[in-house]
Write a protein that binds this ligand. Structure first.
Ligand SMILES: Cc1cc2nc3c(=O)[nH]c(=O)nc-3n(C[C@H](O)[C@H](O)[C@H](O)COP(=O)(O)O)c2cc1C
Length: 303
């Protein structure tokens, strides 16, 4: 990719424009224009502006839900951008065109199955995005997704996204098996980021409890900062009749029962990588043995 650090600024619709993108690329990462639901003229202009501000490589993120995404891909091809990242939908129809034009195609996916599918279909790299990320989210955490994806993705670089914002989280992603990282939220609070001052203040003022997920019942959950808008959506969600059913005897009464289809099978995302029943001793010894490779130390806790 011709970058100094394996750090990609994730495409952010309405946020990552020429100034932020060029600043990231000039600093040795890979800036990525977020084209969202914009039209081809906008992208053409933004790429031209970015080229004026940096001679370094940068990418374009295409939102596949945008009905005009094929026209945007044509603009990316015309300008021979270093890479096209795709989010929010199926990138397979666009892949042959981009590849033929010599542009690296890097889909952003929320699960191992899709990561594998992208590798099988010729992606040049793949971003697996955990649910810690800002914006639209999947079901798996970065902590669970990256090692599981590492086992599946053999021949292309694996890029981790979701919750990576500093040295320790970057190092953690590499330890989990990633070749590089994609970062969004941290760049919202970059000096060069063109969001409003009030948005930026909300980002740097937020505590963990202020970051919420809304619109789960639509099937398109979004992670954002809690505000009036988020509260209004929560109010609508609370009226959902499903909430009542979830609380009912039918669901709660069958937790440990034999019928796994009717029970509420509470379970964490790392189950996606657990394949064997083992004894507690085997589990603990395996975990403790693996921890030998980590930079942290358990000594204090064990004292
Ligand atoms: C404001 C915002 C807008 C985003 N827009 C897009 C987008 O248009 N396309 C996309 O694929 N991902 C989008 N993302 C996801 C980012 O590219 C990136 O993968 C994610 O932010 C990484 O997680 P992090 O926020 O914890 O760093 C967006 C994220 C944020 C915070």
């Amino acid at each position: 990719m011709g970058i100094k650090y394996p750090i990609i600024q994730g495409g952010m619709a309405g946020v990552s424009e020429s100034i932020l993108v060029s600043a990231v690329s000039n600093a040795g990462g890979l800036g990525v224009i977020g084209s969202g639901f914009a039209g081809p003229e906008w992208l053409d202009e933004e790429i031209k502006k970015t080229k004026e501000l940096t001679g370094k490589p940068f990418g374009v993120n295409l939102l596949m839900q945008n009905p005009g995404s094929a026209d945007l891909a044509t603009v990316a091809i015309k300008h021979k951008v270093a890479a096209v990242f795709t989010g929010g939908g199926n990138p397979l129809p666009a892949m042959p065109h981009l590849k033929r034009a010599g542009i690296k195609i890097i889909p952003v996916v929320p699960c191992v199955r899709l990561a594998q599918k992208m590798e099988d279909n010729g992606a040049d790299a793949v971003v697996v995005e955990g649910l810690e990320s800002g914006g639209h989210i999947g079901e798996s955490t970065t902590m669970c997704l990256v090692p599981q994806a590492r086992k599946a993705i053999k021949n292309i670089p694996l890029i981790a996204a979701g919750g990576i914002c500093d040295g320790p989280t970057f190092a953690a992603a590499l330890i989990l098996g990633a070749d590089g990282v994609q970062i969004g939220t941290r760049f919202l609070a970059a000096a060069e980021c063109q969001i409003s001052e009030s948005y930026k203040s909300a980002v740097i003022g937020a505590t963990g409890e202020d970051i919420v997920v809304v619109a789960r019942f639509t099937g398109y959950p979004v992670r954002m900062i809690k505000n009036k808008f988020a509260e209004n959506i929560h109010k609508i969600e609370k009226k959902n009749p499903l909430m009542e059913e979830m609380k009912s005897e039918r669901f709660m009464g069958n937790k440990g029962g034999a019928n796994a289809d009717l029970a509420m099978l509470l379970c964490g995302t790392c189950a996606g990588g657990i394949r064997e029943i083992k004894t507690c001793r085997e589990i603990i010894e395996e975990i403790a043995g693996g921890a030998g490779q980590s930079p942290g130390s358990g000594a204090k806790l064990m004292e």
